[in-house]
Design a protein around this ligand. Sequence first.
Ligand code: H79
Length: 613
Amino acid sequence: MRRRVPTLALLLTATLAATALPTAAAAPARPAPAPPGPAAAAEGPGTDHATDDPFTADRTNWFRQDRFGMFIHFGAYSNLEGEYQRPDGTVCRNAEWIQRQCKIPKDAYEKQAKAFDPAEFDAKAVVRAAKDAGMKYIVITSKHHEGYAMWPTKVNSWNLRDHSSFDKKRDILAELKKASDEAGIKLGFYYSIWDWHDPDFPDPATFPKYEKRMYAQLKELVDTYDPALLWFDGEWDTEDPHNPWTAKDGERLESYLRGLNPDLVINNRVGKRRVVDGDYGTPEQEIPDAPVDGQLWESCMTLNDNWGFARYDQNWKSGTTLVHNLLATTSRSGNYLLNVGPDARGRIPGPSVDRLKEMGTWLRTAGQGEAVYGARYGGLVEEPRWGAVSRKGDKLYAAVTRWPGAGKPLHLTARTDFRVKSARVLGSSQRVTVTKAGDGYDLTPSGDATNPTATVIELTVNPGRTARPGKGTGLKQEIFDNADLSGAPKITRTDPTVNHAWKFGGSPDASISSDRFGVRWTGSIEPRRTETYTLTTVSDDVVRVWIDGRLVIDSWNPHEPKVDKAQVPLTAGKHHSIRVDYAENTGEAHMKLLWSSPNQPQQIVPSTQLRTR
Ligand code: H79
């Protein structure tokens, strides 16, 4: 997508906001200077919201390499430390959902927030804890469902400066930003769309007024703190309070934010948590059991059973479990975002710090972190039961969580032909004998595990020849002004990649309306390896794909954003004919074509490997 030229109105607003924002003194709450409303981002036919390919973009590079981040849940709920004493003396327990789950009256909740004084929040200590753990980025709640802003927002007074007992000169997000920058750690903000405090939120009639304030707050966050990432939440359909958020609202918001800063990494809860929303998927408290199709992903998880601080919750995961989770995640090309919940004074609980230290120690020992940072899905082999296998360049890192008995082998099932040139155990001089066995290789270490958590065997592999990048420039694209792909195409041109997010309002061309159009791509696809490729489509409404005249993906029943896959053996350097038929009826429109193979990380099929004939 072209970078939009900001309108004069937008520029003016931006200048106003920038000069009015960072004031050190206690500023009385006053209305924001006319923020650009949701309408400012609306666009029509010809708009394509697909900025780039998150799998390969420079923009997301850090996110794909860093792998391990710290989540921080900190808000007015932290002041209760997980326990609310009702007027009758009984105690109700919950963490960041305590206001709702314990049915705390609004005035009582506001009253307790007035006493919130996290004077011991120490940004440097937080960043040090993250750094010591081997974490490379931090995502902190700027506003959770309770609606309480953790920075001195000008949009309302329901925030840490204007409604607390905290030092009015302090700004914990600014402190965290400074400390993160100094330590080379990226900083991102969690922001809940669902808002229990703003009276305009639940009523669809007044929701636009809330939305305008939300835009203004997000602009404050982006302009003031320059976050690397935005982590939305609370996008789901729910009652009490009713959540009016729609996919269309998500389209507008995402487009607005990318206009503010095109480098932002944004999670998929900015929309409706679908494969086409934002840059990446967000499994919560779980790790997918295989690499994820069609999107980057990051699994977020608690260290105990709660996100916010809960005094009573001592159900801590062990350091070993946490390292295993990180390894499982990395070996499936995901990120691990691990949570801490500071207490009412702003301190990260000791048991959290201890576990983070254990993880950092493991990652720093004997270069074991190589299995995580910059590493991804192993690809060449099936995931073994005895551990996790990740890959970086010509190295496979087999992190063994169940070390074999003396003289017993660890078996690897190969997914393609490759040679093992050498093998060693990180942190040990023992030998590893590698023998061809059955459907792959046996690795037989000569000694004991070097690490009780996970011992890493590093394999240097020769994956065989990969052809040079092709000289293609894309596929032939024919655009029809109907969903049957009938009659003569209205537009014929070369399309570098099949990577489109027309969403609700956009379409392939200003002359094509946003509903009822069809697109056909034809030409050839040229793999760089002789391997079985997985072709993946992400489509809405319908798609069909033919390779060498054979229909391999047939997904012609109108659907919401959907992933389809086909396994197709392809030959290096050969021009396999390809045809993709796509149609949009009404609603949203999306169409992506990706590929992967044992040696090819998942990506949008690049233009160099596509030809118009
Ligand atoms: O911010 C953290 C959670 O507060 C939030 N997302 C993460 C990152 C989250 N929202 N919803 N959920 C997690 C899952 C919802 C669980 C629910 Fe319930 C079950 C909502 C109502 C019943 C858990 C139990 C929350 C309240 C009671």
